[in-house]
Write a protein that binds this ligand. Sequence first.
Ligand code: FAD
Ligand code: NAI
Length: 500
Amino acid sequence: RRFLQTLGTITLVTVVASGGAFYYYAKREQHPGEQLDFDPEKKTLVILGSGWGATSLLKTLDTEDYNVILISPRNYFLFTPLLPSVAVGTVTPRSIIQPTRYVARHKKRKVSVIEAEATDVDPLKKTVTFSDTSDIQGQVWSTTIPYDYLVYAVGAETQTFNIPGVAEHACFMKELHDAEKFQTRFMDCVESAAFPGQSPEEIDRLLHMVVVGGGPTGVELSGELHDFLTDDLKQWYPELAERIRITLVEALPTVLPSFSKQLIEYTESTFKEAKIDVLTKTMVKEIKEKSVVVKMPDGSTKEMPMGLIVWAGGNKMRKLTADLIAKLPETQTNRRGLTVDDHLRLKGAESIFALGDCTATQYAPTAQVATQEGAYLARLFNSIARKDALEKQLKALQADPIKAEEQKTEVENLQKQLMKLEKLRPFHYSHQGSLAYIGSEKAIADLPIFGSGNLATGGVATYLFWRSAYLSTLFSFRNRALVALDWMKVKFFGRDVSRE
Ligand code: FAD
Ligand code: NAI
């Protein structure tokens, strides 16, 4: 009896303590402390973008040293790795976004967040022009502001190679609205196929889902789609589910070319078991309203009827980036993106720093790279601010020769500190490994092991590792709690099949 009493007390204390801790964290996230105002003595740092690179920079930056203005057409940070999960309803859209104002509100000094699209960067005048493109006011507002430093982190857009019909008929998988649009269109196809009296050919067309691009985006989406089919649609549409087909089209000889051979084979065999048709060495040539035209490996052309097509064909630079490159023809010669030096400084423009998917570097365009670059830049800006402060101090001392002589040791000390700061360390990327979900509760991982090669692993245990890794990488405590709840909800009640 005493044992049960003790156990009961311990349980009660644990529940109350964790409830209290949960409440404390939630409240602290909701109500951060007071912030310092803008200081006219400080330099203006303008950040373009609110994605992985920009958010990582803002999170790590000491805003006490700068007046920070962040401009982005999206007023939130999007956790892209779970976008394919949103597309099939495993995770709800709001669970994977975090308002940028939340990040800004937790900084020491106020950060001005402006929801607008930068339309022009002038590296000579050191100005940025931006417009409010929302149609709420019935007109476009545009303004230009000066900057001392500009951080350019506008990412990339989806590459379509100008293939006819892609922009008009395909869904993309890049932004939150893409995943929501996909979900609606997918359920529209299924419900339309359930309409009585249709020809078998039309039902098969509506139930044929095509994913173009065997990179990680296309593979993860195909895997998630398969899960939706087997876990939920089989129950709710038993007469149709067997007829739903998923086809993944890839122009290269294999899917996931950036993963190791063993994991490519594992993915292809998992897809085979899951009845996902993988067409490699097959190039999409045209997308029509109800069909897709592909060039087969033997050179022949085939037209496949389909209900829904998703285009995940890779990245291309934004127009704003192309315009910026055109303004610096002598130093910006790469057609893939912006060229930066070892400190992420834009070649040809001293005061601009660029990072993430808008740059052309030796690194892959991933969230991992953009995050590390953002954190590096924050440290760099903290050093620049320290250097500026030391220079100011030194100048004040040296302005008065008597004072400078009296405080010789102080002057030498400041000079030494300055010399240390002159040698700012270059950016160094540390690869933590690549992970991808492939459906059927299986994931793949290519993990570097202490410089002695890679550990390539796939399966259910890797899937649990994938889930815990993504849960811990999510932006905030709120995001973690919401995603964990979504996963639990789906386990208990399944995915929602209603069409919004
Ligand atoms: P983004 O995160 O794209 O941010 C760009 C920002 O700039 C956005 O806020 C945008 O609104 C803003 N912007 C756009 N135009 C303008 C303008 N004119 N003016 C001002 N702001 C502008 N990488 C991984 O490492 N692991 C993964 O698991 C992974 N999964 C992914 C899944 C999907 C579905 C996708 C699409 C990508 C995934 N990635 C992953 C890649 C990763 O999302 C990108 O590499 C990363 O987003 C790049 O960060 P970024 O800051 O350069 O750009
Ligand atoms: P990607 O560039 O990796 O893959 C696009 C694929 O589309 C290519 O394999 C290309 O051959 C194919 N393609 C292009 N045009 C085609 C056509 N006409 N017909 C058939 N196939 C065609 O693009 P993705 O997957 O969007 O990834 C972009 C970046 O984001 C990559 O760097 C990737 O590593 C990263 N990412 C990482 C993830 C992860 O680590 N889990 C998940 C998603 C993206």
